[in-house]
Write a protein that binds this ligand. Structure first.
Ligand code: SDX
Length: 436
């Protein structure tokens, strides 16, 4: 049922010469109305044109809402600030998947179910041995997530709701195990198996940093901080990787293959790879006195350099996640006794200067979630190559939740965009002997 749309009008009129068409307007619960153009081609013989989808709603969803101008992010209506402050990551997973906050009993059952799916088929461990030790962990994640479909045939029938649910739980449960294995493999240490006595995020830290030779005690403060970071990264409307998962899923591909496609898309530096790129940028800047040089480069149209961790397609205000990320960064550095982190000094000063610079103000460029996450994760002991892996770990619930919503939408059909063709007109084949 459509809520009353903001315009009050039920349709928009498109006129072309003597002809005109009425295009239905639909309103959502909150946010911009949409002009339904699904019948436009049939009516007018024309397509719309929106290469970066800057003005295009690709689907209807009930999961996440962003108000880019106000810097608001809601998961199933709940503000990200409250979920991060008062809940834990698995509660957010339940909320994103099922639409409501769990009762105590539902939460206990969900935690138990996820905990008891954290192991992977032991034959998968051989899969890792095929990689060079210096392989980027994201390359290993793209491969190993896709490989899950070779091991879990009993949850690849997307028409079966039970199998869809098992696949969703398996994805959420096994991503930390695969991520930790990718890290361990890269540092030449033995894999650490999941421990069911630990909570989700403590288990992940243990699988990453424990070694067989001694007891490893997970810091509750660091575990809580990382759990909060996972909540911040869990979902974000129809971003590039989520749209990739939806498009892959629209063909009927199995969920593991669809999530692998999402991991691949997230890797790009304009998207999830920005946290790794932002930390490298801060390290390259190196000191506060070199900031003006980089600000100038970011503003120079002839220089491809961009301030990584700044700007956003939707947020034209401060990314609410970046605010929480900055606070968490200080908590982690304090817990670890890191008094002055030169990278943090550069980040804080860079943010201060950028937010007062005309260029950034005019283009509404603010720090996004990736600006402070790198400093935090580096302080926790993760190498920069693992930053996007952690983003993928957290975003898996968003991907799988959006995939599930799409599969369960009765109006769902394969995604197949059209194009504006500007290539050669029809022409005949030229035999080799006649080519110049
Ligand atoms: C994520 O979509 C999501 O929700 C993504 C995400 C999620 O949770 O899934 O939020 C996660 O991907 C966050 C974004 C991480 N990426 C970065 O931090 C990389 C640096 N940022 C940019 O590459 C850029 O801001 C994007 C890709 C994030 C957004 O690009 P848009 O919306 O296509 O904007 P644009 O490239 O058209 O830029 C608009 C203007 C341009 O100037 P003009 O051509 O208009 O003169 O702003 C400039 C850009 O040159 N600009 C920047 C800039 N970002 C945009 N200039 C300097 N530094 C930057 N970072």
């Amino acid at each position: 049922m459509d809520a009353t749309n903001n315009t009050g009008a039920k349709s928009a009129k498109l006129s072309l010469g003597e002809q005109s068409w009425d295009l239905p307007i639909r309103g959502g619960t909150i946010g911009p109305d949409v002009v339904d153009i699904s019948k436009l081609y049939g009516q007018t013989g024309m397509f719309t044109y929106d290469p970066g989808f800057t003005s295009t709603a690709s689907c209807e969803s009930k999961i996440t809402y962003i108000d880019g101008d106000e810097g608001v992010l809601l998961y199933r209506g709940y503000p990200i600030e409250q979920l991060a402050e008062d809940g834990d990551f698995l509660e957010t997973c339940y909320l994103l998947l099922y639409g409501e906050l769990p009762t105590a009993a539902q939460k206990a059952e969900f935690d138990h179910s996820v905990t008891h799916h954290t192991m992977i088929h032991d034959q998968m461990t051989r899969f890792f041995n095929g990689f060079r030790r210096d392989a980027h962990p994201m390359a290993i994640m793209v491969a190993s997530v896709g490989a899950l479909s070779a091991f879990y045939h009993d949850s690849t029938d997307i028409s079966d709701p039970t199998q869809r649910l098992i696949a969703s739980i398996r994805m959420i449960a096994k991503m930390p195990t695969l991520a930790a294995m990718a890290y361990k493999y890269s540092v030449g240490q033995p894999f650490v198996y999941p421990k069911n006595s630990l909570d989700y995020t403590s288990n992940f830290l243990n699988m990453c940093f424990a070694v067989p030779c001694e007891e490893y005690k997970v810091s509750p403060t660091l575990s809580r901080a990382l759990d909060k970071i996972f909540i911040l990264h869990a979902d974000h409307e129809q971003n590039a990787s989520t749209s990739t998962v939806r498009l892959a899923g629209s063909s009927g591909a199995n969920p593991f293959a669809c999530i692998a496609a999402g991991v691949a898309c997230l890797w790009g530096p304009a998207h999830g790879g920005a946290n790794e790129a932002a930390l490298k940028m801060l390290a390259e800047i190196g000191s506060v006195d070199r900031i003006p040089e980089y600000i100038a480069r970011a503003k120079d149209k002839n220089d491809p350099f961009r301030l990584m961790g700044f700007g956003h397609r939707v947020y034209k205000n401060y990314d609410p996640r970046a605010k929480i990320m900055q606070k968490t960064c200080h908590e982690v550095l304090t817990e670890l006794g890191i008094k002055d982190d030169p990278l943090l000094d550069v980040a804080v000063e860079l943010e201060r200067i950028a937010l007062h610079d005309e260029y950034f103000i005019e283009k509404k460029l603010y720090p996004n979630i990736d600006f402070y996450s790198g400093i935090t994760l580096k302080a926790m002991g993760f190498p920069t190559t693992m930053f996007t892996v952690l983003f993928a770990l957290a975003r898996t619930v968003g991907w799988i939740g959006q995939w599930k919503e799409m599969i369960e939408d009765p109006s769902q059909r394969i995604g197949r965009p059209r194009q504006l063709y500007t290539g050669a007109d029809r022409r005949d084949y030229i035999p080799m002997s006649q080519r110049k």
